[in-house]
Write a new protein. Structure first.
Length: 168
């Protein structure tokens, strides 16, 4: 069944693309969600009329995605986690934790669903995570997972210690 996509559909295409999908996929998901319409003669005519607007939106999306890629590419993000023996974490680092850390440290909000993590991170150390921004535009983020560095309290001045001893 041929349909016209009204928004991006991962693995199928972007706005304005005419793609072949299963009838059940359209009837149960694409149609009710407003992601696609049937590729009838009338809808194809409307698509031709909207091609210019679609091309402008696509160019804007690509420009925004490229700017985001440049701002994230090869940035380092530290994630504090409790580490047990042999560098194994207590728990794991998930896509949501990574997205929250990127937002907190780099000031860039990312969607956790676009992180290509595979499995959660369960070992301390350096990890590289890929972020799928838009279609073929991807950025790599370098993660360092480990114990938070201990903050040492400043030692009291020797003069203060001597004054305390004299007072006693």
């Amino acid at each position: 069944m041929k349909v016209i996509l009204l928004s991006e559909l991962k693995g199928k295409g972007g706005e304005g693309d005419v793609v072949e999908v299963a009838r059940g996929f359209f009837n149960n998901y694409l149609g009710p969600q407003g992601i696609a319409v049937l590729a009838t003669k009338g809808n194809l005519k409307q698509l031709e009329d909207r091609k210019g607007a679609i091309a402008r939106r696509e160019a804007e999306r690509i420009a925004n995605a490229t700017a985001l890629k440049e701002s994230l590419e090869n940035k380092k993000v530290f994630i504090a986690a409790k580490v047990g023996d042999e560098g194994v974490l207590f728990g794991s680092v998930t896509a949501q934790i990574i997205a929250d850390s990127v937002e907190a440290q780099l000031g860039v909000e990312i969607d956790r669903k676009r992180l290509e993590l595979g499995n959660p991170i369960k070992v301390a150390g350096e990890h590289v995570v890929t972020l799928s921004i838009y279609r073929d535009i991807k950025a790599t983020i370098n993660l360092t997972v480990g114990e938070a560095p201990a903050v040492e309290e400043p030692a009291e001045a020797p003069a203060e210690e001597a004054a305390e001893e004299i007072a006693e």
